[in-house]
Design a protein around this ligand. Structure first.
Ligand SMILES: Nc1ncnc2c1ncn2[C@@H]1O[C@H](COP(=O)(O)OP(=O)(O)O)[C@@H](O)[C@H]1O
Ligand SMILES: [Mg+2]
Length: 511
């Protein structure tokens, strides 16, 4: 009996499971059969593996080859199983050491010439291999730096199937080939610019600081040119560095999205700004075969910015609600289920009306009142309900520019330090709760006896609630935001002033 056995990884979202790959050669007529729930790409592996083995000079059995991928119940996608299948066949054929391949997890796609192509998702795959107890992983040369980010597992980069066979004891002369490089990926969206570039607009900067400190979602309303996009792009810079878990998640999602990870984990929060023509699928993720992370997953532990929010398709905005609530996005496809983290801080921007001029000091709006109402009405109540900061941004006037341009301004570095201090205070107060940020705290907890603010402090919002000026939900949002403002000010609890500021920071739509 000629049997070869090795291992590969099947990914579903960020989690991977070990797949055993067995090859058996029987005395029947030539042919290759792959069993174990392969999708279309995997069936094509049959042809790729045979051509790669022959063209790299390793030979291919002239009898019937049966390849089994188990467990059969696990959905397996993509071309990353080629290398494992090829070395299992070579071992069954006696060309390489069966013991050697059994100790190693193999990842990589084969070209017809026998060279290895880099694949996406190497980082989460190697994490899964390490977690399953494997100590060696063989990957395409172009994926070596990414694989090496995982501690406690040796990475064997190979350029070709021939190199792989030689490493596993195959008696072939080395034939150096040029390794296939990763295709140049489009540069990821980078949040740009320093906070100090924002002139005037002190209130808007304070709103941004509060958003960063408390993890509050933000809605910016204002005419074109008011600096909404400019402000949103500066929010990621105010957030602290990613912790170890977030750095691994963000880097893994990057890897699955086919973006280069480089030779160190990503430590800064991501920034995603999908265009308003983006479909629901582009936001949440999908695709046939390997389920790709969408914009929400790519923005996890960072900022998701929806510019011109009312222009997004209602279905796309609806798709955001559930992940915003739960912090995870689950995508169901015929081929399986993938779960990605979706811990995003949402920033939405909108013009006040379709023409954008309504309410601007120096220009006239040409929209009929009906069109104006309908425009912002497109942002559903349930979505706006989750947004603690709803802020109106005004265009800076020439006079303001003159007085503000030489005034000292808050830099991103200073703002980040203030945010870190405020977050520290909040985390200490919330230590006994499941939450770390004020935006996560429940209203019931904030209103409970130990936390409740004295009536003299809450008198204004109490009255607003009585008169129906704000809803209970709005009341709780003001409380959450007031705690963040107190943390930023170094106060141990909010004063009536902080509550007043909090009310002001969420008045974009109601006033
Ligand atoms: N307060 C400001 N300070 C400095 N530049 C500003 C300010 N507001 C607007 N700008 C400039 O105006 C341009 C347009 O701003 P933008 O953020 O695109 O506005 P919006 O998104 O509200 O239409 C920006 O590129 C920026 O250079
Ligand atoms: Mg803009």
């Amino acid at each position: 009996m000629a049997l070869g056995r090795t291992h590969a990884i099947a990914l579903a979202g960020l989690s991977g499971a070990v797949v055993d790959v067995e090859a058996d050669i029987s005395s029947n007529l030539p042919g290759v059969v792959i069993i174990g729930l392969p999708d279309a790409a995997l069936s094509q592996a049959r042809d790729r593996v045979r051509a790669a083995a022959v063209n790299s000079g390793c030979g291919f059995p002239s009898h019937r080859v049966t390849v089994n991928l188990s467990p059969a119940s696990l959905p397996k996608h993509g071309s990353g199983f080629d290398l494992a299948i090829a070395v299992a066949v070579l071992a069954a054929d006696g060309a390489v050491s069966a013991e050697s391949i059994d100790r190693v997890v193999h990842l990589g796609e084969l070209g017809l010439d026998g060279r290895l192509r880099p694949v996406s998702g190497i980082l989460p795959a190697v994490v899964a291999a390490s977690a399953a107890g494997y100590r060696t992983v063989m990957v395409p040369a172009a994926n070596a730096d990414e694989a090496s980010l995982v501690p406690d597992i040796a990475v064997v980069p190979v350029a070709s199937l021939r190199d792989a066979a030689i490493w596993h004891g195959g008696e072939f002369e080395p034939e150096p080939v040029e390794a296939i490089a990763r295709p140049a990926a489009p540069a990821p969206e980078t949040a740009g610019g320093d906070l100090a570039e924002v002139i005037g607009n002190v209130d808007a900067v304070e709103a941004l600081l509060a958003a960063a400190a408390g993890g509050h979602h933000v809605f910016l309303l204002g005419p074109p040119g008011a600096g909404k996009t400019m402000l949103a792009a500066r929010l990621p810079g105010l957030l602290p560095d990613l912790d170890a878990r977030a750095a691994l998640d963000v880097s893994s999602i990057h890897s699955l999205a086919g973006l280069p990870v480089g030779d160190s984990l990503i430590t800064r929060p991501p920034y995603e700004a999908p265009h308003h023509t983006a479909s629901a699928a582009a936001l949440v993720g999908g695709g046939s075969g390997l389920i790709r992370p969408g914009a929400i997953a790519r923005a996890s532990d960072g900022v998701l910015f929806l510019d011109e929010a009312p222009e997004f398709a209602p279905s796309a905005l609806d798709a955001l609600r559930q992940p915003l609530e739960s912090g995870v996005i689950t995508i169901h496809r015929a081929g399986g289920v993938a779960t990605y983290p979706a811990r995003v801080q949402l920033v939405m921007a909108a013009n006040p009306c379709p023409c954008g001029q309504y309410g601007a000091r120096d220009s006239e709006c040409s929209c009929p009142p009906m069109a104006r109402r309908r425009y912002l009405g497109r942002l559903s109540g349930p979505l706006l309900d989750r947004i603690d900061i709803q802020f109106r941004v005004a265009r800076i006037t020439a006079a303001q520019l003159r007085t503000a341009q030489d005034a000292p301004r808050l830099t991103t570095a200073d703002a980040r330090a203030r945010v870190a201090a405020a977050r520290g205070a909040a985390a200490a107060r919330l230590a006994a709760t499941p939450w770390r940020l004020n935006s996560q705290a429940s209203g019931a907890w904030l209103r409970a006896p130990g936390m409740r603010l004295p009536p003299a402090v809450t008198v204004d919002i109490d009255r607003a609630l009585e008169r129906g000026g704000i809803t209970m939900r709005g009341y709780d949002r003001v409380l959450r935001l007031a705690w963040t403002l107190a943390d930023l000010a170094g106060a141990d609890k909010p004063t009536a002033d902080h509550l007043g500021q909090a009310l002001y920071l969420r008045r974009a739509i109601s006033t």
